[in-house]
Each structure stands twice: as C-alpha cells, then as structure tokens.
Design a protein around this ligand. Structure first.
Ligand code: BG6
Length: 296
C-alpha cells in the first residue's frame, strides 16, 4: 500500500494477515512505524517531531550513512536519512505466500545526488529491504555497493528508537563486560561491568564488538525486544535523559522516559569497499511477551 507522507513523498505500508504492520518513508528510507498484531506501536516517535524537510523526523529507524554522529565532515549521522529514496525497481515487492515465503518486503534505493558527491565524492548504491514476517518480526537489510573507481569507507547505523513504558524499568542483556566508547567523554574507552545495563542518567555509548543477539527487557510492559544483527559489529545505546531532552527542539521534556535508542551499527571501525564490492548489514527485531515474572 502506497500513501503520501508529510513531505509529499511516498510512504509504503506492509500489513501481515495477522494484523502487524510496518510503514517506511521514501524520505530517509526511514521506518516510521512498526506495530504488532494487537496494533501496539513498538517504535517511538516524538510528539514534538518536526515534519520539515530535509530533516529526518525524531523517531522510528533513521538510517545513519555514510557517517555516524559528528565524527567527520558531513552533517550529523550523514545525509542518507535526509534524502528522498526511490523504490528499487530491480527488486519487485515480495508478498506473503510468494514462493512459500512467510514475509512481505519492499525494496528502496538511494544513489548520491550531484550535491552529495560534492561533499562525499564516492559513487555508491545503498539498497534497503524492509520485510515484515507473518509473525510480525521486522527485518531491515541494507546493501552498500561501491560503483566508484576507488575504494571508500563509511560508518552505518540503524538509529532504532524503541518505545518503552518507563526507562527506569528497562534493562539490556548481552552487552555485559564489553568495551564501550563513551560519547559523553570524547569517545573514551571503558569496560562495562558484569551486570545487565539499566538506566538512571544520560547514556550515549558505542558498545564495540557486541554479540549478534541482545535483548531489551521492558519489565512494566512485560515485553522483550530481541535485536539480531549481522555485519554490524557495534551497538549504540542512547538516552538523552532529563537535561539533554530539554535542549532538543524535536523532543518532549519527559519523553526520555518512553524512549531508548539501541542501534545496530558499524561505528568504531569504518567499513571499506573496493570498487565493485558490496557490504550487507542486517537488523532483525522481534517483540515478544516476557514470560518470566522474576525477570527483573
Ligand atoms: C545517537 C548518538 O545515536 O543519536 C548521540 O549516539 C546523538 O550522540 C543521538 O545525540 C541523536 O542524534 P540526532 O542527530 O538524531 O539528534
């Protein structure tokens, strides 16, 4: 289903026969909504989100490429999230039941504009396949191809704004004992303790070399997000907390309580592609009921 979004750009919705759905905008290739089969929204979008192009809106899953954060010469998190993507005509949409598959997909494409080439002189093709399984699992597969005469390097992140009930009731399992770069102290390197990660102040960290599966447990909602990733070695964990929230124009003062960013990413080490080479980065998200009440 194709509709217009706030920017006049197309927005594509996939609905599973069981009632789950996902919506992705051609503006930014940004997933802006993901609902389970009970119609509950699983991604955070700010009530103060600014719908003014070319800026990405606050929430959902913006794509950070070819730069993460402000480490580089480009705008924060690179330009991909601020561009209008196209539907990739070379990859026809996949529907439930086609070849017995249990997913439906849509494929998007971003190629650099003349302006992009002025600030980042590398010819690339960035493809994004967004799929929703019959069970409501969301998967994002990105492929970056070097169609340049020379190698280039880039960073990448799925800047995933998860919707949570109360940040102080949330914990992340799977990042224990890892090293992280702390964006709050000039990317100084620290080592995480042995406990699951909980939240009581601002957090902005790049956990390096993280495992392929981590879990975000929302105790109050009795919901666990399972985050699976491939080709993306790092996990960025971000919550602006109270003080920083107040400085952000597109974020409500108290919304930090309902949001946690957990980004599958390649940040610490850039990915380098030789001419003709392609890189693939996958993110798979499931939201499952927490069964164990002693989970906390
Ligand atoms: C996080 C970064 O991923 O995104 C933070 O680690 C940053 O440093 C945050 O503040 C939000 O960035 P933006 O550009 O979407 O406001």
């Amino acid at each position: 289903e194709v509709t217009k979004d706030w920017n006049g750009a197309d927005q594509i919705a996939i609905r599973s026969p069981r009632g789950a759905s996902v919506r992705v905008c051609l503006h930014g290739g940004q997933v802006v909504s993901w609902r389970n089969d009970r119609g509950e929204e699983l991604l955070f979008t700010s009530s103060k989100a600014i719908f003014k192009p070319p800026r990405a809106t606050r929430g959902g899953i913006p794509i950070c490429f070819p730069q993460f954060g402000n480490c580089g010469t480009l705008e924060q998190h690179g330009f991909a999230r601020n561009k209008i993507w196209t539907i990739d005509e070379e990859a026809p949409p996949l529907n439930y039941g086609d070849n017995n598959n249990n997913k439906a997909s849509v494929d998007l494409l971003l190629k650099p504009s003349e302006d992009d080439l002025k600030c980042w002189p590398h010819c690339f093709e960035l493809r994004l396949r967004v799929s929703l399984s019959m069970d409501g699992d969301l998967s994002l597969i990105s492929r970056v191809r070097n169609v340049n005469g020379k190698p280039f390097s880039f960073a990448f992140a799925y800047h995933t704004h998860l919707s949570v009930s109360d940040i102080s009731e949330v914990r992340i399992e799977g990042l224990e004992t890892l090293d992280y770069l702390d964006n709050l102290s000039q990317r100084e390197r620290f080592t995480e303790q042995g406990d699951a990660i909980t939240f009581e102040s601002e957090v902005d960290r790049v956990y390096v070399g993280s495992p392929g599966v981590i879990a975000v447990l929302d105790h109050e909602k009795k919901r666990t997000f399972i985050v699976r990733k491939e080709g993306l070695p790092d996990i960025v964990v971000w919550n602006p907390w109270e003080k920083k929230s107040k400085t952000m124009a597109d974020f409500g003062d108290d919304e930090y309580k309902q949001m946690l960013c957990v980004d599958a990413a390649a940040v610490e080490r850039a990915i380098t592609l030789k001419p003709g080479e392609e890189w693939t980065g996958k993110l798979e998200l499931s939201a499952v009921p927490s069964t164990n009440c002693s989970d906390h």
